[in-house]
Ligand binder design. Structure first.
Ligand SMILES: Cc1cc2nc3c(=O)[nH]c(=O)nc-3n(C[C@H](O)[C@H](O)[C@H](O)COP(=O)(O)O)c2cc1C
Length: 300
């Protein structure tokens, strides 16, 4: 009843671990799957190791979190060791980033044999200049990165977009035109900031970070809704999901699958099973036989 087929990847339910949350080791990715997720997305990684920003890198605000990890990761060579250790039956999405189309391609080619799908992080709001949202805010750059990875890769490719643009439809169209198989919406919103009243200074070492959690859900829903009316590829919804009602809203807006990130900090990994159980009960109550039947119901 809950199973979905996302670009040929069979998932037992539509929930996925969002990139960057617990996705750095095979053991944590295996654990997330054992707690009920339908698929797992790794933390974003790059060709070379990246130390990221100094602590503090994350701060809580009402209805959300602001994080500026700075895309810290051990680099693709080391990350591959973890990918080898992920259990075979688990659908795995590798989140990758780079500073140029050729860098994205190099990372994608290193890992494509070890994963089911690749998610291009062209949307991080606190990445170093030349990375992250600086790519996803530019339609031409978005096109070039997606096109290059699609030409080189055999596995399905999802482009993860930033809401920090004037018109997300324009970027989504470019990603689709370049051949992406799916679009993930949205990365964290920002840059955002919190100031410590005791010190009078910004809390995060990077000063600015990306806002996630329930505060951004209405914006994520709007992005999914708008992009659903613009492209034909399947959408993966993410941003502020904490319970099955949020999932239903994302499905109605047009998402075929969803990801959960910040809510894990508050509710633990049990959230995956809880969301799936409650979603199944909702579908029975409302007479839905499959997830597909719910996708895009808010339109028309
Ligand atoms: C601590 C933290 C680290 C994150 N790291 C990444 C990352 O490495 N790559 C990425 O594409 N998104 C990253 N994100 C963004 C999430 O994948 C997600 O798009 C965003 O947080 C909205 O979903 P949520 O409200 O469920 O957290 C991160 C979010 C958080 C909170």
């Amino acid at each position: 009843m809950l199973d979905v087929n996302l670009c040929g990847v069979k998932m037992r339910n539509p929930t996925m671990l969002a990139a960057g949350v617990l996705g750095i080791t095979a053991s944590s990715l295996n654990r997330v799957y054992h707690h009920g997720a339908g698929a797992v997305v790794t933390k974003s990684f790059s060709l070379e190791p990246n130390m990221g920003y100094k602590n503090p890198t994350i701060v809580e605000v009402p209805y959300g979190l602001i994080n500026a990890m700075g895309l810290s990761n051990p680099g693709v060579e080391s990350f591959k060791e973890e990918l080898y250790k992920i259990e075979d039956r688990i659908p795995v999405v590798a989140s990758i980033y780079g500073s140029s189309p050729s860098e994205f391609v190099k990372v994608a080619l290193e890992v494509q044999g070890l994963v089911d799908m690749i998610e291009l992080n062209i949307s991080c709001p606190h990445a170093m200049e030349g990375y992250g949202a600086t790519i996803g805010q530019d339609p031409q750059l978005t096109f070039k990165v997606v096109e290059a990875v699609k030409e080189a890769c055999k596995v399905p490719v999802a482009a993860k977009l930033t809401p920090n643009v004037t018109d997300i439809k324009e970027i989504a169209l470019k990603a689709e035109e370049a051949g992406c198989d799916a679009i993930t919406l949205i990365n964290s919103l920002g840059p955002a900031m919190k100031i410590d009243l005791k010190t009078g200074k910004p809390i995060l070492s990077n000063k600015f970070g990306g806002l996630s959690g329930p505060a951004i859900k209405p914006i994520a829903i709007r992005c999914v809704y708008e992009v659903y009316e613009t492209v034909d590829v399947p959408l993966i919804g993410v941003g502020g999901i904490t319970d099955y009602k949020d999932v239903v809203e994302f499905l109605y807006a047009g998402a075929s699958a969803i990801q959960i990130g910040s809510a894990i900090f508050y509710h633990g990994l049990g959230i995956f099973k809880k969301v799936c159980d409650d979603l199944k009960a909702f579908m029975k109550r409302e007479g839905f036989k499959s997830i597909n039947k719910m996708v895009g119901l808010a339109h028309g």
